[in-house]
Design a protein around this ligand. Structure first.
Ligand code: NAD
Ligand code: LMR
Length: 325
């Protein structure tokens, strides 16, 4: 029997978490032989909700559930964790851009970074979901220097899944036939969805350039807003799905010749980018479960790359002005 994996989830009383916890415990993500200890964290006023969620989890009768704890103290709940899924933050509403959340949300990640630095295993893997996720993760990493930068991810996987789904629909193929998409940059409307290395059923994608530029890219860049406008609130089940799928990617060696998109600290040097920001790049998980950036993919539109880079630098400037970092 494997040693239980200790997973902390913040924003555990919120809607993404509600769609995520049962997926984790089902065994589909980390394996049917991987026991899980869950540490659920939310604000103090949400304790009652967390108590109810704990009841529901217990009632799920999951053989893989080793232990469950909940509360509002990150220092207690991040102690010795292997994985942190940092969802807790305000979502945007109609008409807002994700960076409008910066002044309220970025400061959450000061304390959470400090708490990870204090108590998490140095090998812990972290996924920041709360928006604006790239810059929140930059703040977190600033306060948690002991974490391996390649283990701190801001979630761009939802953008990647959206991008693949739209191509599969257009080409009338199964989503699993579409490979090699990259999402560069910020999880915002400046992100750069890229098909330059995309294949469909192992062949060059053959998609019309006009469709790529004028329909596909803008649709992926603004899909979050499209969901909010249509659903009336920000995506939750698809965000939870992308989070657990990314966790699966981080915990499973990537097949030869493949990659997934994730935002990591730019200091890796694989691409000429401003250091100290978290930028979506193609990543692979190696046999030893460490993560590496896939280098050598030529940018098909450098101007777009520089625009999203500039936005991230601007978000970091904002955090500096506000004294967050
Ligand atoms: P929600 O409002 O349903 O839940 C958020 C939860 O976080 C609430 O229970 C709230 O009490 C809690 N919270 C707030 N501050 C906290 C703190 N300091 N510590 C612990 N918990 C705290 O929101 P949601 O729909 O679950 O979305 C959560 C975040 O995820 C939002 O910022 C949203 O924009 C973001 N999001 C990101 C992606 C992505 O792809 N990166 C996708 C969807 C949503
Ligand atoms: C998304 O992409 O759906 C999330 O980041 C929520 C949002 O604000 O768009």
């Amino acid at each position: 029997v494997k040693h239980p994996l200790k997973i902390a989830v913040t924003g555990a009383a919120g809607q993404i978490s509600y769609a995520l916890l049962f997926r984790l415990l089902s065994g589909e993500i980390l394996g049917k032989d991987q026991p899980i200890s869950l540490n659920l964290l939310d604000l103090p006023q949400m304790e009652q909700t967390l108590a109810g969620i704990e009841m529901e989890i217990i009632d799920g009768c999951f053989p893989l559930l080793h232990e469950i704890k909940y509360g509002s103290d990150p220092y207690a709940l991040f102690k010795d964790i292997d994985v942190a899924l940092l969802i807790g933050a305000k979502p945007r509403t109609k008409g807002m851009e994700r960076k409008d959340l910066l002044s309220e949300n970025a400061k959450i990640f000061i304390d959470q970074g400090k708490a990870l630095q204090a108590g998490a295993k140095p090998t812990a893997k972290v996924i920041v979901v709360g928006n604006p996720c790239n810059t929140n993760a930059m703040v977190l990493k600033h306060y948690a220097p002991k974490l391996d930068p390649m283990n701190v991810h801001a979630l761009m996987h939802l953008d990647e899944l959206r991008a693949i789904a739209q191509i599969a629909h257009k080409k009338r193929v199964n989503v699993s036939d579409v490979k090699g998409v990259v999402i560069w940059g910020n999880h915002s409307n400046t992100q750069v969805p890229d098909v330059s290395r995309c294949t469909v059923k192992g062949q060059p994608h053959g998609l019309d350039e006009n469709w790529i530029k004028n329909e596909w890219q803008p649709r992926i860049q603004t899909r979050g807003a499209e969901v909010i406008k249509t659903l009336g609130r920000s995506s939750a089940a698809s965000a939870a799905n992308a989070t657990v799928q990314l966790l699966h990617q981080l915990m499973t060696p990537t097949s030869e010749g493949e990659w997934y998109s994730s935002a990591v600290l730019t200091n890796h040097g694989a691409y000429p980018l401003e250091e100290g920001i978290l930028f979506g790049v193609p990543c692979r998980t190696k046999q030893d479960l460490s993560c590496e950036v896939v280098s050598g993919i030529l940018w098909s539109d450098e101007e777009m790359i520089r625009t999203t880079e500039k936005e991230l630098v601007g978000e970091r400037e904002f955090c500096k002005r506000e004294g967050v970092v």
